[in-house]
Design a binder for this molecule. Structure first.
Ligand code: ATP
Length: 628
């Protein structure tokens, strides 16, 4: 029988770390996600309106039944909570549910839009009367009422929010760990100041110096900043400073939520460490290794929620630095903080303005919003030109007028193809087509000639990003269009499995080759047949096609997929203004993937909608924390 608490064990996991679709695993695995006719009663219209899937309902019904609950209003609230997890929220705010749940919960739902205008949907659905609904929840045997409610119920009602209990406990855990870490660490101030000024000698580096001071004097520091603001450089130099102030011999762990991000972190931190000016700093820090957070915590076979290192068996490290924390889910952050020794330092690094984890929680953003101190934001862009930085800033600030003005002004760096309708015409995508054709030609020409560096440079020269996977503004459609353009340009489509010049996206992590989900490469001709080139100009490597982990052609990708990568030029093709995927975070992430030039294709309404619509992720963590 299933564990009705959906809590401590690994099964049935309402959702689980590392499995974005895990919400639907376990109890609902036998039920297709989309069979509305199997749901009746109060919940049927919610399924018909695509607010809930029948899998959401099935999980909620099953949990309620195990607790002896048959009130459909409680089942509805439970199903909305399961649905909220699919949409990245850790809980549901019941009072606002009728206006917030009209947003489809995921990409699947929006790729096939609901039949009617979503704002009208909320009004026609049979929402329970709010006061009676809350009363029913608080009295339910399936619901723990308040923070002191029974510990063995699957749902928890607190502060107007309804959680699956395990997520509430994860939030409580993160909150407690963070609060405990707010007490300052005593250090030799003079020594710290000397290290800080030695490592960051320039006047303009004050924010980076502040970050090192914060990391040295507290047990939790959050370091934020957009791309190229010096986060990685700061990580390297703060490790050097800590080795000086508290070392040598401090045990330092570097980690990131994905394999690809971890590999990139290791490479760039070590590059920065090798570039340290002073011999003693280089000697004290040596080479650092980095791993995924899962690996750092010690994966246990068959479990994605429990690790070898936890509150009983903590990590041995004195300093734990985690990069790309915007991609950390709430459960993973809870497990990480529980596993770090209370006296050790934690440094969380990332860009909270980017799209958050596909799993539940936006912990980095919540911490930035709630921490009374210990958050340092780096703002000086070292890699970006002023135009791109200005556009990214306007988007981040939610200034739609400014974003539109900057796009409209255009120039060498910014191009806006302002389309007349939601679906661009052939004329409107003419500059995109020219770009895809010319980079495709360069890619194929270099790849056929066995010019690995040339092919990799062409691979990173331009990337088409989209919000959706399917539909008229989706990756599937535009990949085909782009592939056709390239085929026309390069003598037709090849039937070979690995034609030179084909760009590939690796879709799973693979220890044997050291390739990670999200890595991109290109097929190149070599004297020994074809192989796939990965890396960058001057730092490439070839992988034989028979050793390649699962991969697919990549002529276009979702903005989510593009996270963690940058390209010389980026084209982002926006969906209709009404698409719920069109958010500030999405547009900011897309624009900041570009190093030199950005092209935005879409209507003014779509640009404005994107800048003004923020990703809404319900959680209790964003509320202010105090150190007392
Ligand atoms: N204080 C500094 N003075 C001069 N150059 C710097 C400074 N800090 C960082 N840089 C340089 O700026 C560039 C970007 O820095 P870095 O890679 O650390 O940024 P980042 O925020 O980690 O970027 P991303 O998010 O893209 O990884 C690098 O070339 C780095 O050497």
């Amino acid at each position: 029988m299933s564990d009705p608490t959906l809590g401590a064990g690994d099964a049935p996991a309402a959702t689980s770390i590392g499995q974005p679709t895990g919400v639907l695993a376990g109890p609902s695995a036998d039920v297709p996600a989309d069979v509305p006719w199997r749901v009746d009663g109060l919940l049927a219209p919610f399924v018909a309106a695509r607010v809930l899937t029948s899998a959401d309902v099935h999980v909620a019904r099953r949990v309620a039944r195990l607790c002896g609950e048959d009130d459909e209003r409680v089942v509805l609230a439970g199903a909305l909570t399961v649905r909220a997890l699919r949409a990245g929220s850790v809980c549901v705010e019941l009072a606002t549910a009728p206006s917030t749940v009209v947003e489809p919960a995921d990409d699947e739902a929006v790729d096939e839009p609901a039949t009617g205008p979503t704002d009208q949907l909320a009004q026609v659905l049979p929402w329970p009367e709010p006061t009676a609904w809350v009363r029913a929840l608080r009295a339910s045997p399936a619901v723990a009422d308040g923070p002191d409610g029974p510990p063995d119920r699957p749902l928890r009602w607190t502060g107007g929010l309804l959680y699956l209990d395990r997520y509430w406990r994860d939030e409580v855990s993160v909150r407690a760990q963070v609060t405990d870490r707010l007490t300052p660490v005593p250090v030799d101030e003079a020594r710290l100041e000397a290290a800080v000024h030695r490592l960051f000698p320039h006047e303009d580096d004050e924010r980076q110096r502040a970050a090192v001071r914060a990391a040295a004097t507290s047990r939790l520091t959050v370091l934020t900043g957009g791309p190229g603001t010096g986060k990685t450089t700061t990580i390297a130099r703060l490790v050097a400073a800590l080795q000086d102030v508290d070392g040598p011999g401090l045990r330092v762990a570097l980690a990131a939520p994905t394999g690809k991000a971890a590999a990139r972190l290791q490479e760039s931190v070590n590059d920065e460490l090798r570039a340290l000016v002073h011999d003693e700093d280089r000697q004290r820090t040596g080479e650092l290794r980095s791993s995924t957070v899962h690996r750092l915590l010690g994966n246990r076979p068959g479990s994605t929620t429990r690790f070898r290192h936890d509150a009983r068996q903590r990590l041995p490290h004195d300093v734990v630095v985690v990069d790309e924390c915007s991609m950390m889910s709430l459960p993973l952050m809870a497990r990480l903080l529980e596993a770090v020794r209370p006296g050790s330092r934690v440094v969380l690094v990332g860009d909270p303005h980017q799209l958050a984890s596909v799993e539940a929680g936006a912990v980095l953003g919540d911490l930035v919003a709630s921490l009374p101190r210990g958050v340092v934001e780096l703002t000086r862009e070292h890699r970006f030109g002023a135009e791109l930085a200005g556009l990214a800033h306007a988007i981040r600030a939610g200034n739609a007028d400014r974003a539109v003005a900057l796009l409209r002004a255009g120039g060498d760096v910014i191009e806006w193809v302002e389309t007349a309708g939601d679906v661009p015409t052939a004329r409107e995508v003419a500059t995109l087509e020219a770009d895809v054709r010319s980079t495709g030609r360069a890619l194929v020409t270099a790849a056929r000639a066995g010019d690995v560096d040339g092919a990799l440079e062409a691979l990173g020269a331009h990337r088409l990003l989209l919000a959706h996977r399917r539909g008229p503004a989706g990756v599937a459609h535009w990949s085909t269009v782009a592939e056709d353009w390239v085929a026309q340009e390069t003598g037709g489509r090849s039937s070979a499995p690995f034609p030179p010049g084909r760009p590939l996206l690796v879709t799973s992590n693979d220890r044997a080759t050291g390739l990670y989900n999200g890595d991109t490469g290109v097929v190149v001709a070599t004297p020994d047949g074809v192989a796939v080139a990965f890396g960058a100009r001057g730092a490439s490597r070839l992988v034989a096609t028979h050793r390649l982990p699962p991969a697919q052609s990549v002529h276009a990708m979702t903005v989510h997929r593009g996270q963690g990568s940058q390209f010389a030029r980026v084209s982002v093709l926006l969906p209709a203004a009404t698409s719920p995927l069109l958010t500030r975070e999405l547009l900011y992430t897309a624009v900041t993937r570009a190093r030199q030039q950005i092209r935005v294709i879409g209507t003014e309404a779509a640009v404005r909608a994107a800048v003004l619509r923020r990703v809404q992720r319900a959680s209790g963590l964003g509320r202010p924390l105090t150190s007392d």
